[in-house]
Write a protein that binds this ligand. Structure first.
Ligand code: GLA
Length: 728
């Protein structure tokens, strides 16, 4: 038995940057530094990848456009069975997805056993798939669809089932006999030890080439998805080595992290797919795979779901749904059934869109299309609405002219003299198909922007060639806001110019903590005297208002009474400190804890009610002078993150703060010291884990003793829990 080497687990999600938080109580607008999330390639970034081989041999003639269909992994993990796939096939047809190009029904990991049979064949897990794979393939084919399966080029699959290494031909023959049309070949448990002296890139080349040849030998057309690049993404000699041969041996390849059901993950994969130079590797028969769509899985809002679909299509990624299709809402179905966006993904030219312009929290992408049009995505990655503006020249058209813009979601058609601009909601996209030939009589392209606080200014830009007349603007805000006038007339706006309207906006004093409010402008206008149109824009106002004291910000229950442990959830798993154990360690509600000259008050909350703050950038009012800011805290994690101390003179200082994990991982990390030690904890089913110590720690940050402190902004790291703080 060869020893196990290489990577054990699948491609991981990259490091995520936490969400933004304003550091003062001032309003933050679209112009706020939206530095969160992925940083995409900027247009002028030099390529980190060499140009792909000038000529790519047609591997098997398949996947002339990116594959579309279903793969279970993102939505179901190992929680799969035969019925999931028969239902999916039924739903795909019933919902008419098949007619739009969704074709593949693909099984991911967990369909088979850990061992092969006496003849060396893979064994289906027959309790999950009682009728076997041939039967399932026939069922899927009976619906007019195609059948995909998963294996791994190493010793084992990522979930520990029998790997394909050393059995490529046997397995390929097996797939062919089952009627398989698509193989995803993952790359956990890499057989690096079989090839001493060879680089990981060369080993991947050997095994993927062998697997690829085995598929060709069967003579059954099987689309081949190679996961090797994902294990080396997105730089370094092994990655470039792998990219140099990948297209010769298969049809598509995962290049980055496993997608997860949240916005940072979508941004992360998006960013990886914009690795400079990567787009050049995509084309008919060979595609970069940004991983599955998370639409329908609950972790993305509708705007984010639309963005994933638009951006994946712009990047010519496979469109693989991974959810219970029967539960897609009408709005989600409208996203995944949008023929015009699908046409961008499936365009026969096969170019992958690239970032042609980047700015504060946004990217503009452009994808050349077979008929000479370009698909343009204005992508707002940030947390506040903004107007994104580019031009026909920047997206790849030469010279001047009248351009036709079709919004692929609203279906609105407009004409532009060259400026391409729209207001885009947070995490949103506006996707245009831009054609070189705009109609002179079509609606002028109009972009609306809201800026400023009080007054707020609404600007209406006419980017077409016909004047706007009867322009009127109204502005609305949340309940309780006073905005005047409610609407106002701007009159006429000439082509290439903009008109403005001003509004007094009085917002009620925001409550302590973070709040997001949206102000919306609606503009109506005419062109050619009798045609009428409307356009809207949003302004996102994020406030972060100081709490009077730490207790006012308490938002988590870390302490429970042993007789009722259910409200507790210090660690995300329902575990908590025991109130009884804390009391015997000196931390009864309201107790004073002194350490290192600091005097800190333990929360006086009743057990089972909020008694600590999960650090998320909250601002706490702390008045006075001292040289030390002392904390009682602990972590359900292991991280440190900056605390900001702001003084009454407006200056501020930042110092990193962290605590050790509440249990079991050493007690001095980040310079902290244990001050309360309990010998067990509460769990959802009652007190438990006797003999393990659960701590609360003291830690402190230095403060300028010559200035007066006004506020303290807590770290932005939910691992950190804070029970008390005091100046000393
Ligand atoms: C890896 C892959 C995933 C999925 C799992 C299955 O993590 O990247 O897409 O196939 O393995 O174990």
């Amino acid at each position: 038995m060869p020893s196990r080497s290489g990577l054990r687990s699948g491609p991981r999600r990259g490091v995520r940057t936490a969400l933004i938080t304003g550091v003062t109580a001032t309003l933050t607008f679209a112009a706020f530094g939206l530095s969160q999330g992925a940083v995409a390639a900027t247009p002028n970034t030099p390529s980190t990848l060499p140009a792909p081989p000038a000529h790519v041999d047609d591997y098997n003639g398949l996947a002339t456009t990116p594959p579309m269909g279903f793969n279970d992994w993102a939505g179901f993990g190992c929680n799969i069975n035969q019925q999931l796939f028969t239902n999916t096939a039924d739903d795909m047809v019933q919902l008419g997805l098949n007619e739009l190009g969704y074709q593949y029904v693909n099984i991911d990991d967990c369909w088979m056993r850990k061992t092969r049979d006496a003849n060396g064949n893979l064994q289906v897990n027959s309790s999950l798939f009682p009728n076997g794979m041939k039967w399932l393939g026939d069922y899927i084919h009976g619906k007019g669809l195609k059948f995909g399966i998963y294996e791994d080029a190493g010793y084992e699959t990522c979930q520990g089932a029998a790997g394909s290494y050393g059995h490529f031909q046997t397995d390929a023959d097996q797939y062919a006999s089952w009627g398989v049309d698509y193989l995803k070949l993952d790359y956990c448990y890499q057989p690096l030890d079989q090839y001493p002296g060879k680089s990981a890139g060369d080993v991947a080349h050997i095994v993927y080439q062998e697997a690829s040849q085995a598929l060709l030998n069967t003579k059954r057309p099987m689309l081949f998805s190679e996961s090797a690049p994902a294990y080396y993404c997105c730089s370094g000699s092994d990655f470039t080595n792998i990219m140099s041969w990948i297209a010769q041996n298969g049809n598509l390849w995962r290049y980055g992290d496993d997608i997860a059901d949240d916005w940072p993950s979508v941004l992360d994969n998006y960013s990886q797919d914009n690795t400079p130079g990567l787009a050049a590797y995509a084309g008919p028969g060979h595609w970069n795979d940004a991983d599955m769509l998370e639409i329908g899985n609950g972790g993305l809002n509708l705007t984010e779901e639309q963005s994933q679909f638009d951006v994946w299509s712009e990047l010519a990624s496979p469109l693989l749904l991974s959810t219970d299709l029967s539960k897609l809402t009408p709005a989600e179905l409208a996203i995944v059934k949008n023929r015009d966006v699908i046409a961008v993904d499936q365009d026969r030219l096969g170019a992958q869109g690239t970032v042609v312009q980047s700015g504060n929290g946004y990217d503009v992408l452009s994808k050349p299309l077979a008929n000479g049009d370009r698909a343009v995505v204005l992508f707002n990655k940030g947390d506040t609405a903004q107007t994104i503006t580019t031009s026909a020249n920047k997206v790849g058209f030469a010279g001047a002219g009248l351009y036709g813009l079709t919004d692929l979601v609203s279906k609105q058609r407009t004409s532009s003299a060259g400026v391409i601009s729209a207001n885009v909601p947070p995490h949103g996209t506006v996707m245009y198909r831009v054609s070189r030939f705009g109609s002179p009589l079509a609606a002028p392209s109009v972009a609306v922007t809201v800026s400023g606080s009080n007054p707020a200014t609404v600007s209406v830009a006419d980017n077409g060639i016909l004047p706007l007349s009867d322009v009127s603007v109204s502005l609305s805000g949340p309940n309780g806001w006073s905005i005047s006038p409610a609407s106002t007339r701007v009159g006429t706006v000439a082509p290439g110019r903009h008109g403005t309207a001003r509004f007094a906006v009085n917002a009620p004093a925001p409550p302590p903590g973070q709040a997001t409010n949206t102000v919306t402008a609606t503009v109506s206008y005419r062109w050619l005297g009798f045609q009428s149109g409307t356009a809207t824009a949003a302004q996102t106002r994020i406030t972060n208002t100081p709490y009077d004291n730490l207790a006012q910000a308490f938002d988590n229950v870390a302490v429970t009474d042993e007789s009722n442990t259910t409200p507790g959830n210090f660690d995300g798993d329902g575990d908590s400190y025991s109130a009884q154990a804390l009391a015997s360690a000196g931390a009864a509600p309201g107790a004073t804890i002194t350490h290192d000259g600091a005097s800190l008050r333990w929360p006086s909350s009743a057990s089972g009610t909020n008694d600590n703050v999960v650090a998320g950038g909250q601002i706490i009012t702390v008045s006075g002078q001292g040289d030390t800011l002392a904390f009682l805290g602990s972590e359900a994690g292991a991280t440190s993150s900056p605390v900001t101390v702001t003084y009454t003179d407006g200056t501020s200082s930042q110092v990193s703060l962290g605590f050790p994990n509440w249990c079991c991982e050493g007690t001095t990390a980040y310079g902290a010291e244990p001050v309360i030690t309990t010998d067990h904890r509460d769990t959802p089913t009652g007190p438990a884990n006797y003999g393990n110590d659960y701590y609360v720690f003291y830690n402190s940050v230095a403060v300028d003793p010559t200035r007066t402190v006004a506020t303290v902004t807590l770290p932005n790291a939910p691992e950190i829990h804070i029970f008390a703080l005091a100046l000393s």
